[in-house]
Design a protein around this ligand. Structure first.
Ligand code: TYD
Ligand code: MG
Length: 456
């Protein structure tokens, strides 16, 4: 007879406790503990001595004895997805696609599934009705004879449907709606999410079928955050972007089969997501000539060079404490750059409101954008426009010095490709480039002030 036992889980991070706690000792969030019933088997499965004597034994082997096997990858019609997965969908992999509600996760996977015309795709939805999915597919103006839809949340029923259909790819929308009869707790609780993911994992590995799991991330911790899943799955893709802006970024945060520094860029249109293969062109296309405060920074997003338009607006502060409002950039880093401009270059920033905006709703963490931001701020303050044929790639240090950035050749060649005539970089990057080879004029400087003198 199975004995039932209850434990308390933090619904935010999955921390387990025998009694209720007000504050989670692991993630420090308040009031997130919920009681869940876990059915305990009579013989403890976690006892390795018992399991090891019963199950068939694996002997330790040296690496050379192990057959390397072949990593089977299937290419999807979506180049951006292939890129973030490291070259295609790996058979037997479990991929988690996370993101805030409404960002477009269902649309993305429906679109990918519909484009895989040769493979049998099973789309399991616990969130939408068959009609809703049909309507969405009509909206995407695509259909496939091999695309099957199942609206079901019980994992046992899902597996029996899978057995009958034997699909090549399974998409689960979403993991938080699944329910396993192994546990008594409600769907979406940490215990259920973990259990259902483990069942899916077992299925994927045993049948070599790739499984995509959609997971919601909510800030208020109402649903179990997919954080607990991250170490179970093979690949974690994060779908991000501002819901009100058209651009979406698919970012790899974990990948057992490839690099984690890849991103895919999409644009949400009326008929689905469009792949953006050359993002720089869109991000800087709206530049109006002779507008002060606009500069172009040569950044890297993952492994891809990306030229981004930066806009700033500097105006005299009307209140005692000036406002500093960056969009798509770190607030503290902006404060630091303003302090450098004040202290090292002598600009009176203390009496100015500064608003900073990255075009296209993209958020930038690459420090190479620093120089472009500084130039943009001063351009707005002094009302002097910067030529739209110039771009920048250098980090600014606390002493006002320009610091070297990584992969500078890649940034230079992207700028060259897009028709820029000049790029400003740090003189410490000189070693890593071959200036004579490039058509674009590469300007090397050691100090922020020298750049100002050159431009303004
Ligand atoms: P959805 O895929 O339902 O988001 P998620 O599954 O991440 O919750 O996408 C929701 C948004 O996408 C919705 O606000 C409408 C928009 N959308 C489009 O703009 N164009 C389209 O073709 C589709 C299908 C959706
Ligand atoms: Mg959805």
């Amino acid at each position: 007879m199975a004995k039932s036992k209850t434990v308390f889980y933090c619904q935010n991070c999955g921390y387990e406790s025998a009694k209720w706690l007000g504050k989670c000792p692991s993630c420090n969030s308040w009031n997130t503990f919920a009681e869940e019933v876990v059915t305990k088997e009579e013989n403890n499965k976690n006892d390795w001595r018992q399991t090891s004597s019963k199950s068939k034994q694996n002997q330790p082997r040296t690496l050379n004895e192990i057959d390397a096997g072949e990593e089977v990858r299937q290419s999807s019609a979506d180049e951006e997805l292939n890129r973030v997965l490291g070259g295609g969908i790996v058979s037997g992999s479990l991929v988690l696609v996370g993101g805030e509600p409404g960002i477009g996760k269902s649309t993305l996977l429906l679109q990918v599934g519909l484009k895989l015309k040769q493979s049998k795709v099973l789309y399991v939805s616990g969130e939408e009705s068959e009609q809703q999915i049909r309507m969405r597919a009509d909206r995407l103006q695509d259909s496939s004879k091999n695309f099957y839809v199942l609206t079901e949340t019980n994992t046992k029923n899902i597996f029996s449907a899978i057995e009958a259909l034997s699909p090549d790819i399974v998409i689960i929308d979403s993991i938080q709606t699944l329910h396993s009869s192994q546990l008594e707790s409600a769907a979406g609780s940490i215990g259920q999410v973990r259990q259902c993911a483990a069942e899916m994992m077992k299925f994927a590995k045993e049948t070599h079928t790739p499984v995509f799991l959609i997971g919601h991330i909510t800030k208020d911790g109402m649903l179990a955050g997919p954080k607990v899943l991250e170490h179970m799955v093979d690949t974690v893709l994060q779908f991000e972007g501002d819901r009100h802006l058209a651009y979406r970024i698919l970012r790899t945060t974990k990948n057992r089969f490839g690099s984690t520094s890849e991103i895919g860029i999409y644009e949400m249109l009326g008929n689905g997501l469009r792949q953006v293969s050359n993002p720089s062109e869109i991000l800087i296309s709206q530049k109006d000539a002779n507008l002060s405060g606009v500069t172009i920074g040569a950044t890297l997003e993952g492994n891809r060079p990306l030229l981004i338009e930066i806009q700033s607006l500097v105006s005299p502060a009307s209140y005692g404490t000036p406002q500093r409002t960056p969009t798509g950039f770190d607030h503290k880093r902006l404060n630091m750059l303003l302090a450098v401009l004040e202290k090292r270059c002598g600009f009176r920033m203390g009496t100015q409101d500064v608003f900073l905006n990255m075009a296209g709703g993209i958020s930038v963490e690459d420090p190479a954008i620093d120089l472009a931001i500084c130039i943009s701020i001063i351009s707005s303050m002094e009302e002097i426009p910067v030529s739209d044929k110039v771009c920048f790639a250098a980090e600014v240090g606390l002493g006002g010095e320009l610091r070297a950035v990584n992969r500078v050749e890649q940034r230079i060649s992207e700028a060259e490709k897009l028709g820029f005539t000049e790029i400003y970089i740090s003189k410490f990057n000189q070693k890593s480039i071959d200036i004579k080879k490039s058509k674009i004029q590469v300007k090397l400087f050691g100090k922020l002030q020298e750049v100002f003198q050159d431009i303004f």
